[in-house]
Design a protein around this ligand. Structure first.
Ligand SMILES: *Cc1c(COP(=O)(O)O)cnc(C)c1O
Length: 376
């Protein structure tokens, strides 16, 4: 076996690969923890990371969490919606979005997504509103922005809260500030598989400083003081080691975006003009973070599953984000009235989507080879 064959054999490309700072940079950041022995509960790294996020995303007072899911679940909890109230959402998302609604004893009402970028179709929201509707929980899928202004208009008119699952949207800028500034709350995931990570972690940005203040207690069992617990809440704290990873990764985030952007260019160049293959187009005024690279095989010579198999045989693990639709997952089957979950655009997306590998360490040659395998 020659070297190229050897390399090919070892090529094991996952849909993503976590970027990490150098070992020395990370160790330098956590060294002080051995002196202070302050490992969690708003330590110095936690506070420093919060400040860096504010500066980078031009947002105020982000609340840091142990992970993105709990950040969303607690954010919804913070608004104190009445048990059984309805939340308008979509099924084309991570199950975490729906779980965070259902685990708060609220009822998800599913509307379809836009055919161009698969975020919630704002034009369908009003017809889904009933006297029980209290909020819209929408996902900035793959980091593409929902129609934040249109959604805001509808929410104002009907007195609804707007909560964004911005798990994919770290670093996306719109109108000169972070997309996380839109809505009453926006949750970003900092899981190891996301475009920016803190190993596990997440944060939420709130519009109302009073809700933000309340969340500080909800993160910590409902403690208001050493002898005062005012709400039945969870533990959702981010620890110092995670904050340190966030500090280091944020230093290199622009580099991460540049590298991913180069890979995106390769994919766009090779797959962008092929009959039967659809890519999502960049949105005017919204920066891209290349968190995923979804390709929709609508009428291509190979269907989505065939493409996935061709890649899989070369140890390239492209993934079907998001398939099945949340409403088709075992835990939700039969749970919602069929008539209320007609979402044909989302269904077609789920049946045709494949997310190709994209991460900073992926080489241009590897991306080109992946595209060529698809086209062959
Ligand atoms: C990853 C993800 C979550 C959950 O985030 P974790 O940090 O993994 O808990 C929620 N929503 C969406 C859309 C996601 O992709």
């Amino acid at each position: 076996m020659n070297n190229i064959q050897k390399k090919e054999k070892q090529m094991n490309i996952n849909v993503t690969r976590s970027s990490m700072p150098s070992f020395d940079e990370y160790v330098c950041e956590i060294r002080e923890l051995w002196d202070t022995r302050w490992l969690s509960n708003r330590g110095t790294l936690h506070k420093r990371f919060e400040k860096m996020l504010e500066d980078y995303l031009l947002c105020s007072n982000p609340a840091l969490f142990a992970n993105g899911h709990v950040a969303l679940e607690v954010a919804i909890n913070a608004f104190n919606f009445q048990c059984g109230a309805e939340i308008i959402t979509t099924p084309y998302t991570h199950c975490s979005t729906t779980h965070s609604i259902v685990r708060n004893n609220l009822v998800p009402v599913f509307v379809d997504v836009r055919p161009d970028n698969f975020t919630i179709n704002a034009e369908l929201i009003e017809q889904a509103i009933t006297s029980k509707t209290v909020a819209i929980v929408a996902t900035h899928v793959y980091g593409y922005s929902c129609d934040v202004h249109r959604i805001d208009e509808i929410a104002q008119k009907h007195n609804l809260k707007v909560i964004y699952d911005a798990a994919h949207a770290f670093g996306v800028m719109y109108e000169k500030k972070g997309l996380v500034n839109y809505g009453d709350a926006s949750m970003v995931s900092c899981h190891a598989t996301k475009v920016f990570h803190t190993i596990e972690g997440g944060f939420t940005v709130f519009k109302d400083p009073n809700i933000r203040e309340k969340v500080e207690h909800l993160i910590n069992f409902g403690f208001y003081g050493p002898e005062s617990v005012k709400s039945v809440s969870t533990n959702a704290r981010m620890n110092e080691f995670e904050a340190a990873m966030g500090i280091c990764n944020l230093r290199h985030f622009q580099d991460e975006l540049n590298k991913r952007g180069t890979i995106a260019e390769v994919y766009r160049e090779k797959l962008g003009k092929i009959e039967g293959i659809r890519l999502i187009q960049p949105q005017p005024g919204v920066s891209e973070n290349y968190s995923y690279w979804p390709v929709f095989f609508e009428k291509f010579k190979k269907n989505r599953d065939q493409v996935q198999k061709v890649l899989f045989e070369k140890s390239i693990f492209a993934r079907k984000y998001f398939y099945p639709l949340v409403t088709d997952l075992e835990c939700y089957q039969g749970r919602f009235p069929e008539s209320k979950i007609s979402t044909p655009v989302a269904l077609k997306a789920a049946e045709t989507v494949l997310c190709l590998p994209i991460y900073a360490d992926l080489s241009v040659e590897e991306a080109a080879a992946i595209a060529n395998l698809i086209l062959a």
